[in-house]
Each structure stands twice: as C-alpha cells, then as structure tokens.
Design a protein around this ligand. Sequence first.
Ligand code: HEC
Length: 111
Amino acid sequence: MRYLMALALAVAVSTPAVASMELSDKYECGDCHKMDVKPGATRKKKEGPSYKEIAQEYKGKKGVEKQLVDSIKKGSKDVWAKKMGKKTEMDAEEDVTAKDADALVKWILSL
Ligand code: HEC
C-alpha cells in the first residue's frame, strides 16, 4: 500500500514536468534555454537564461506568472543583460497558445 502511494505520488509530481519539457521541445525553446548552466559558463549569442535561473529569479514573486507569459507572447529585451553580461533579446513567440504559455511558466517556476 505504501509502495502504491509512493508510486502514485511520483507520477503526480513528475507528469507536469514531463508535459512541459515536451512543450519546450515543441516550441523549440530549448534552442536558447538550457535547463541549468554552471556559474560563469560562456553563453551562445542568442542564449537566454536557463530555466533554473528564471525560476530562481522570479519564484514566489507576486504577479510574475502574467509577466512571464507576456514575455513569451510579446518578447523581452535586456531584462537579463546585466546578469548575463551581454545583450539579451527574445522575439515574441506568437505561435505559443495562451494555455501552453501558462503551462510553460508554471513549469519553469516549479523548477
Ligand atoms: C532565439 C532564442 C530564444 C528562444 C527560441 C526562446 N527564448 Fe526565451 N529568452 C531568450 C533570451 C535572450 C531571453 C532574455 C530576454 C531579456 O533579457 O529580456 C529570454 C527570456 C525568457 C524568459 C524570462 C523573461 C523575463 O521577463 O525575465 C522566459 C520565461 C522565457 N524566455 C521563456 C521562453 C519560452 C517558454 C520559449 C519557447 C516558447 C522561449 N523562451 C524561446 C531567448 C530565447
């Protein structure tokens, strides 16, 4: 019984993460966003902050989900420039549906 509960919990916890890594792949976010990077790692020209860096920066802040959904849908520029030591810009990802953008943001913030 205890084993079954642990298994059910593991499935419940892991399912959203898998679903959103699939979303990240579907929209090719991974071209520019890694899951994690070592501190001081050199970045490609177009590379954005890693998902874990985004989570660290925003987790628990009020109203941040809407802000990040907007960043995805409308694009974002130079918010991360200082931290990443280069110019940073993400084009609007207009083809991401509202539902998928929401799921992606929730997933990123859960990392
Ligand atoms: C061509 C490269 C590229 C692609 C593709 C890309 N991003 Fe980004 N992303 C960036 C860069 C660069 C930044 C930093 C922008 C800034 O500093 O304002 C960023 C920032 C972000 C942020 C943080 C925004 C903020 O307000 O701090 C989120 C969340 C994000 N991206 C999610 C995504 C998701 C989800 C996708 C796929 C639908 C995606 N990105 C696709 C390059 C990219």
